[in-house]
Design a protein around this ligand. Structure first.
Ligand SMILES: OC[C@@H]1[C@@H](O)[C@H](O)[C@@H](O)c2nc(-c3ccccc3)cn21
Length: 596
């Protein structure tokens, strides 16, 4: 007969108490690490440690079910929770729907769309057997020089709070009388996943936008700008919160007992679990890991419940065991962490349905999800400039019956570029990295059969002079993919080949420039030569269809800037509401074509 804690009809808190007593040796903490698993631990893949890019969904499910079977075969049979960064769809898995990155969703400002994206993402995540995603990032990016600015919904806290509704799609909608701060995951047929509000807190406020650095602010300012989105996450029943690598006023977040325990757990009443970032304990010191045992003590006593350890988990267990045995980490701190993790595991349904639901395999990359992503692309585009041509009609919407058009630019025919970082691989890559529609393909499918579409990635002046019969040109340029610290950038200039293409094309032809980037970039010097300018952010796998829908006039523009578009980087940081606010285009700016 199964022990009572395995009986789904027993209330969660009772299952919790029964199982907690069952623990033979309580000092074995839940160690979140990659690779091997046992009953009390869990498993994850970081951005770069997923199986090979061409792993099929069913091979993912086989792998994770394999981990789970080993966990269930132990004495207590406590299932693991496998975590992954599905931050804009199931972005690790080839063929999954890749939604626009958060900066574009912030431009769309559509809360209902966020819930639908969360639901669709949860179905695709669940198809692999994964019950847990390290999303959403609810950072409030205050400086676009930060390499993770595209993971933030915008510079404005209230906008980020609204977009955090994706949690309701990922985890399901809790009942109206749900206890504030108590984890919620729907376990019905909707197939939800555990979410993770990250990175707590102030990750988007570091000085100079330097990743993992230091956010300087008074507590009222820090709370108002960076912590308020966590109030919404707790209200929606977010199951987990990830601590930030960064510091507040010089104190590492992973060591901050006031913010982790006093505020988040005690004042706000968060009853899920707090997880470190990857090697977050190691990075509490410089060089990383240089005072490891003391960092373990500080982090666990500060309120960390689960620890993400990709490699040397044996050292962690040894150090923590010694710290508990000699009383430097109290047993009731361990009990609290274990209860929180088990609570979330019970609530997630993983005890009752530990194995992958193979009936969901067809959900990955489903046409309905791609249509949803196409809608998200449409709504994320921001029209920044739309000039009259020869004092007649405006550049946009484009004439889909034009006899001959030029499509140019490094980002016109490149799935990897339009998806950005966190796509198949951690940093993302150039080329045909997954299934989707490039911007060139979208244009070709939208124009008339008689229209000749010429694609030239980097046309020189000779090419333009030899082809003066183009009706107009569409130039698609932007940033190459980047992730975390590799995206930190003080100049924020377009790559030289992008600037050259704009100049070569737009000086001679009527041109629409589409910028594919994770953030505003330097464009003021070139704007005057553009007849139209669209910010497309990092639109994902369905960029081609969504962009063509709008620039040819089937839909009007909807997006508004989720962040200030600066003139020069020496103005940064510069956010809506600052004194000396002198942007090229202000927060909230966005034109329409006013289609009749
Ligand atoms: O992928 C797991 C987590 C992710 O959820 C966090 O948002 C992110 O800060 C993060 N950085 C690394 C990571 C950074 C450098 C080297 C190796 C891994 C791993 N992770």
């Amino acid at each position: 007969i199964d022990p009572p804690y395995k009986d789904p009809t027993v209330p969660v808190e009772d299952r919790l108490s029964i199982l907690s007593i069952e623990f033979e040796v309580k000092i074995e903490l839940y160690v979140q690490f990659y690779g091997i698993s046992t009953s009390k631990w869990s498993v994850l893949n970081g951005g770069e440690s997923a199986p090979s890019p061409d792993t099929t969904v069913s091979e993912w499910a086989d792998m994770i079910d394999g981990f789970q079977r080993s966990a269930l075969s132990t004495r207590l049979g406590i299932p693991i929770i496998y975590g992954t960064d599905a931050v804009h769809g199931l972005n690790n898995v080839y063929g999954a729907t890749v939604f626009p990155h958060n900066v574009g969703l912030g431009a769309a400002r559509d809360e209902n769309l966020m819930v639908r994206i969360g639901k669709a993402s949860a179905l695709e995540i669940r198809a692999t057997g994964i019950p847990y995603t390290f999303a959403p990032c609810i950072a409030v990016c205050r400086d676009p020089r930060w390499g993770r600015c595209y993971e933030s919904y915008g510079e404005d806290t209230e906008l980020v709070r609204k977009m955090s509704k994706i949690i309701l799609g990922l985890q399901g909608v809790p009942p109206h009388n749900h206890t504030y701060g108590y984890p919620f995951v729907g376990t019905g047929e909707s197939r939800n996943v555990m979410a993770c509000a990250k990175h707590y807190a102030g990750d988007g406020g570091t000085e100079g936008g330097v990743n993992e650095y230091n956010t300087v602010a008074s507590y009222p300012e820090f709370f108002k700008i960076h912590m308020k989105p966590y109030l919404d996450a707790l209200a929606m029943g977010v199951s987990t919160v990830m601590a930030s690598y960064s510091s507040w006023n010089g104190v590492k977040m992973h060591a901050n007992k006031f913010l982790l325990t006093r505020v988040l757990k005690q004042q706000l009443g968060f009853q899920g679990f707090i997880i470190t970032d990857w090697e977050g304990i190691d990075r509490m010191t410089s060089p990383p890991g240089s005072d490891y045992k003391n960092s373990v003590k500080t982090a666990i006593n500060a309120g960390i419940d689960m620890v993400m350890i990709p490699n040397n988990y044996q050292r962690f267990i040894k150090d923590l065991s010694e710290l508990v045995l000699c009383g430097e980490v109290p047993m009731d701190r361990i009990d609290d962490a274990v209860r929180r993790i088990l609570r979330v595991k019970f609530i997630s349904g993983i005890f009752d349905q530990p194995m992958a639901d193979r009936s969901l395999l067809g959900m990955v990359g489903h046409e309905k999800h791609r249509e949803l992503a196409r809608e998200a692309v449409r709504k994320s585009l921001v029209l920044l400039r739309n000039q009259k041509i020869h004092n007649k009609r405006k550049m946009l919407p484009l004439n889909r019956k034009a006899p001959k058009i030029l499509v140019a630019g490094t980002h016109a025919n490149n799935i990897g570029y339009q998806c950005g970082g966190w796509t198949i691989t951690w940093a993302g890559k150039s080329g045909n990295t997954t299934i989707g529609t490039t911007i060139l393909e979208g244009i070709k499918s939208k124009v008339s059969k008689r229209t000749q579409v010429v694609f030239e990635e980097k046309p020189d002046q000779q090419f333009i002079n030899n082809n003066s019969d183009f009706s107009y040109a569409i130039v698609v340029v932007g940033e190459p993919p980047y992730v975390e610290s590799s995206g930190d950038n003080k100049e924020l200039t377009l790559p030289a080949d992008g600037v050259e293409t704009i100049q070569n094309v737009c000086e001679k032809l009527k041109c629409l420039v589409i910028v594919v980037s994770g953030r505003p970039v330097v464009i003021e010097p070139y704007v005057e030569m553009m007849d139209a300018l669209v910010a497309a952010w990092l639109p994902g796998s369905e960029a081609g269809k969504g962009i063509a829908d709008v620039i040819f006039g089937d839909y009007d523009f909807h997006g508004k800037l989720p962040r200030t578009w600066f003139r020069r980087v020496d103005q940064l940081p510069m956010n809506w509401g600052d004194l000396n606010y002198d942007p090229l285009y202000p927060f909230g700016y966005g034109l329409k074509m006013n289609l009749s």
